[in-house]
Design a protein around this ligand. Structure first.
Ligand SMILES: CC(C)(COP(=O)(O)OP(=O)(O)OC[C@H]1O[C@@H](n2cnc3c(N)ncnc32)[C@H](O)[C@@H]1OP(=O)(O)O)[C@@H](O)C(=O)NCCC(=O)NCCS
Length: 189
């Protein structure tokens, strides 16, 4: 059986026994991480720690328990999105203001080697981000949506990936000439 057939699911016994989530620290070894987009590798190697030190982006790593290898990373930031009247109605948000608090996945990438071996790692990271947003709501600060700027410049397929994970396009920022598409996922629906 091809191990790529193994689908890792958030909260599953298998997911938890194979992987753990760790924060990026100055002592984290990044050397083996390699996703399909050079820019995302460079960000992790060169900018992620600096951004974290400057409180610009908080980076989380999904590490294989057996080897410590990084299977995926994501950087999370606070966000606020503008929704139209119709969009607010869709989420039953009957408020006079347009801007709704959110948490944004500023970067997300899966290592190519792990991507060959497992399905579902990217989706696992999105569920992990959603669980962090829910925890944030419980303890500190409100965030209704997870948001992302889907990076179509590098791969048009990411739109399908985010849609499969429950994201929809934001009307306010939609423009067919953009290299990214602003999307949101309601973490309470
Ligand atoms: C995009 C990325 C995070 C997806 O991770 P992944 O682990 O392959 O995703 P999953 O296995 O959870 O995929 C979930 C579903 O989305 C689909 N999908 C994933 N990536 C896709 C793509 N690039 N194009 C089309 N569909 C895609 C999968 O086929 C799967 O569909 P299924 O449930 O019907 O089988 C990963 O390919 C990656 O790191 N790409 C490079 C960096 C990048 O583009 N990051 C996003 C920037 S906005």
């Amino acid at each position: 059986m091809n191990s790529r057939q193994v689908r890792i699911q958030f909260g599953s016994k298998e997911g938890l026994s194979l992987f753990k989530l760790e924060p990026l620290t100055p002592s984290t070894s990044l050397s083996h991480f390699m996703c399909s987009i050079a820019e995302y590798n460079e960000y992790l190697y060169q900018d992620a720690l600096r951004s974290q030190d400057d409180h610009i982006a908080r980076t989380w790593l999904l590490c294989e328990r057996a080897t410590g290898a990084i299977a995926a990373y994501m950087s999370l930031i606070m966000d606020a999105i503008k929704l139209s009247f119709t969009e607010k109605e869709l989420h039953n948000l009957k408020y006079p203001f347009k801007t709704i608090p959110s948490m944004k996945i500023a970067k997300l990438a899966v290592d190519c080697g792990f991507s060959e071996r497992y399905k579902g790692i990217g989706s696992f990271m999105i569920e992990t981000a959603a669980s962090k947003a829910l925890a944030c709501n419980e303890d500190y600060c409100a965030a209704r949506f997870l948001t992302v700027d889907a990076d179509l410049e590098h791969d048009e397929g990411v739109l399908a990936f985010y849609e499969k994970n429950g994201f929809i396009r934001n009307a306010e920022l939609f423009n067919k000439n953009r290299k990214t598409i602003s999307m949101r996922k309601d973490i309470y629906n």
